[in-house]
Structure formats: structure tokens, C-alpha cells
Design a protein around this ligand. Structure first.
Ligand SMILES: Cc1ncc(COP(=O)(O)O)c(C=O)c1O
Length: 379
């Protein structure tokens, strides 16, 4: 049987990984500054994480949501402790898109409205409402295009109020730092406007933290740079360090009803054990704080590279914008310099999403290699 051919692939076959490195079948070492798309938070194969998953597997790996599973409460307490979102309620699922789908559905249940406001260049996933709220017509099938979604520019407060006052908007969904879109951020004033206007017109504000959450940007969630309380916060990628888990945090003003949301796999024992282990390591190794320190270190080195037109992002969700398309540069970095980096819908942007255990010496190695690659490029 052939695989359904939807991914353009690099010709690299990782068979092993440890901390910030992956190894192919010949033992070649690659520095992972992509983290499998911001998924690897505490480093590949962290010993605490492996032990907790193995121990859990020896006891019980899975049961459905029809029984008591104290690991879910343990995870809720750990997320509450580290995010300080103590009053929020946790619903668990298995991926980013599923988190978004549940967030949008919940906003619609809560407000009894059905239109979504999303932003230009947003990426929220591939499922029904999530992809409709994603600003890319090429990945929306006719089925998805039935959803009612209005796209606005970031910082257009007047446009936002005009739309909200029509009275049919269930949710305004935003990324505090756009991931796939290329690391743009709304202005502080606009974040406060979104918060205020959603309350005024009875719409839910959804912070999509699928990529930026779990300590990656120096705060637990990227939106926490601001003093706002979104109605719903979505999480996934870094939450399980590679184990598929997602979730939403739900503001106490939104009430749960039996049957309102549900899933077979979400919140299973292994997934909870993985995420509890991630949170333990994040706190113990001060990875959130370190991501802030490394941001400064990275930015400082990036400033010296003439070809870099703009340095974007926060913490360890960073991007270097060039005045040329970076596709070929990424290939040189991966094949010649043995470094994984990320791209985005902004073709000129090189994305850096390493495990949060990355160290200064790895950043030094990246910049040395980048300078060499840029010189080779010119010649
Ligand atoms: C901000 C954001 N939201 C949602 C998603 C969808 O997550 P998943 O691919 O786990 O469905 C992504 C994935 O890249 C993302 O970056």
C-alpha cells in the first residue's frame, strides 16, 4: 500500500533522538532547532519523561472517559499551578485542531451565535471550523467554506467593533504570536481592545496557544504578556513533548453540561502522564525562564548578520526574516550544516523552534553555520 502523498519530505530519516539532537540511520547528528514543529518542549528522550511513561504503561495505558482517572485532575492542578489560571476548567483532547474545534464549538454553545472572527495569516488547524478560521483558501475544501468566518487585520479595532456589533459573532480567535503565519503579533492596545470588545458584545475571546503555550515564549502562555483573561485557551504541541495531547482551558463564566464536548482518546492515562512529566521538568529545569534568557542571547547574535532584515518572535519561538526566500537556505542548513529549522507562510522567514533545553553553545553553532551558509550562498 502506498502512503497518501500529502507531505513534501526532506531526505532525512531520524531513527533516534536525544535532547536537542536527532540521529539518522547512519548515526549522523542533526541539531534540532525545529522541535518537530514546536512539539519537543523538554528535549527528546528526557529521562524523567521516559520513566514516567514506561511506569504508566506498566500500570494502565488507556481507558475511556467513562471512569474515574485521577491523572486528569493531577494534570489540571499542575497546569493551574504553572499557568496561574487556577479558576479555569480543563477539557482534554488529542491534538491542536481538536482543541480549536472544541473551543469554537464551546463558544458557539455558550453565546448561541455562529460567526467567527479570525485574523489574516492565522493558522488554527485542518479540521472543520479550525481550517475555516485559517487564512489559507488552498487548504479549505468546499465543505469547510460553509462556515461563517470573517478575517480582519491585526490592530483594526474599528473593524473589529463593526463586526462584533452585528451581534452574530460567537468567537474572536487569535494567536498572541502567529506561528505558521510568520511570527507577527497584535499590538498591546489591540489585545486589550479584543478583550474589552468581546466582553461588551458577548462574544468569546479564544487565545490559540497550541504553538506558543507551555513556556515556549517566556511566559506560560504568550497572551500572558498582557493582563487579559480569555474565555478559552487552546493548548497542544509542547504539552506532551511528542505524545499526542491537546486541551482547552475554559473560563469559570462558561458552564459545562454533560455531553457538550467529548472524545474517546482525550485525557487517557498515558497522555496525562506525559504532560504531567513535561510540567515537572519545565518547572524543575526552569525552562520557561531560560527561554527568555536565550531569546536575548539569540537576538544579540542575530543583530550582527547583515542579511537579516528583521528578528521576530519571543522566547524560543523566533524567526529571522531575510530579503530573499529561505527554502534553499533551509536545505543548505539541513544537508550541509546538519541543522533542522522551520519555514512559514512568509517565504522569507526562517523559524527557530528548538526544544526549550537548547543551550547557548547550540545557538553559537547555529549562527556560525548560518554565516558560513550565507557566505557560500553569495559565491
Ligand atoms: C497556532 C496553531 N493552532 C493550531 C494548530 C493545529 O494543531 P495540530 O496540527 O495539532 O492539529 C497549529 C499547528 O501547527 C498551530 O500552530
Amino acid at each position: 500500500m502506498k502512503l497518501f502523498d500529502v507531505y513534501p519530505l526532506y531526505d532525512v530519516t531520524p531513527v533516534k533522538a536525544k535532547d536537542v539532537f536527532v540521529y539518522d540511520e547512519n548515526g549522523t547528528e542533526y541539531l534540532d532547532l525545529y522541535g518537530g514543529h514546536a512539539v519537543i518542549s523538554i528535549g527528546h528522550g528526557h529521562p524523567h519523561y521516559i520513566k514516567k511513561l514506561k511506569d504508566q504503561l506498566d500500570n494502565i495505558g488507556f481507558y475511556s472517559n467513562a471512569i474515574q482517572n485521577p491523572l486528569q485532575q493531577e494534570l489540571a492542578d499542575a497546569i493551574g499551578h504553572q499557568s496561574c489560571c487556577h479558576d479555569y476548567q480543563l477539557f482534554l483532547c488529542s491534538s491542536g485542531a481538536e482543541a480549536i474545534e472544541n473551543a469554537l464549538k464551546l463558544a458557539s454553545f455558550h453565546t448561541q451565535k455562529k460567526r467567527i472572527i479570525a485574523f489574516r495569516n492565522a493558522f488554527h488547524g485542518r479540521t472543520s471550523a479550525a481550517v475555516a478560521a485559517t487564512d489559507n483558501p488552498n487548504i479549505n475544501a468546499p465543505l469547510n467554506k460553509q462556515q461563517k468566518v470573517t478575517f480582519l487585520e491585526f490592530n483594526d479595532s474599528e473593524g473589529l467593533e463593526n463586526e462584533l456589533q452585528k451581534g452574530d459573532v460567537c468567537a474572536v480567535i487569535f494567536e498572541a504570536i502567529q506561528g505558521v503565519g510568520g511570527l507577527d503579533q497584535p499590538s498591546e492596545a489591540f489585545v486589550y481592545d479584543m478583550d474589552r470588545l468581546c466582553k461588551k458584545y458577548n462574544s468569546c475571546l479564544i487565545a490559540d496557544e497550541v504553538q506558543s503555550g507551555f513556556g515556549r515564549t517566556g511566559t506560560f502562555f504568550a497572551y500572558q504578556k498582557y493582563a487579559i483573561q480569555p474565555h478559552i485557551v487552546t493548548m497542544a504541541k509542547g504539552m506532551g513533548n511528542g505524545f499526542p495531547i491537546g486541551g482547552i482551558l475554559v473560563h469559570p463564566s462558561i458552564e459545562a453540561k454533560y455531553g457538550m464536548l467529548g472524545t474517546t482518546f482525550g485525557g487517557n492515562h498515558l497522555a496525562c502522564a506525559a504532560s504531567v512529566a513535561v510540567l515537572y521538568v519545565l518547572e524543575k529545569e526552569r525552562l520557561q525562564e531560560k527561554s527568555k534568557e536565550l531569546e536575548a542571547y539569540f537576538m544579540n547574535q542575530a543583530k550582527d548578520i547583515l542579511e537579516v532584515k528583521q528578528i521576530k518572535g519571543r522566547g524560543l519561538m523566533l524567526g529571522l526574516e531575510f530579503n530573499f526566500e529561505v527554502g534553499a537556505l533551509r536545505k543548505t542548513l539541513i544537508y550541509d550544516k546538519k541543522i533542522f529549522t522551520g519555514g512559514s507562510s512568509n517565504k522569507n522567514l526562517l523559524r527557530i523552534l528548538p526544544p526549550l533545553t537548547v543551550q547557548k553553545k547550540h545557538i553559537d553553532y547555529f549562527f556560525k553555520s548560518l554565516k558560513e551558509a550565507l557566505t557560500e550562498y553569495k559565491n
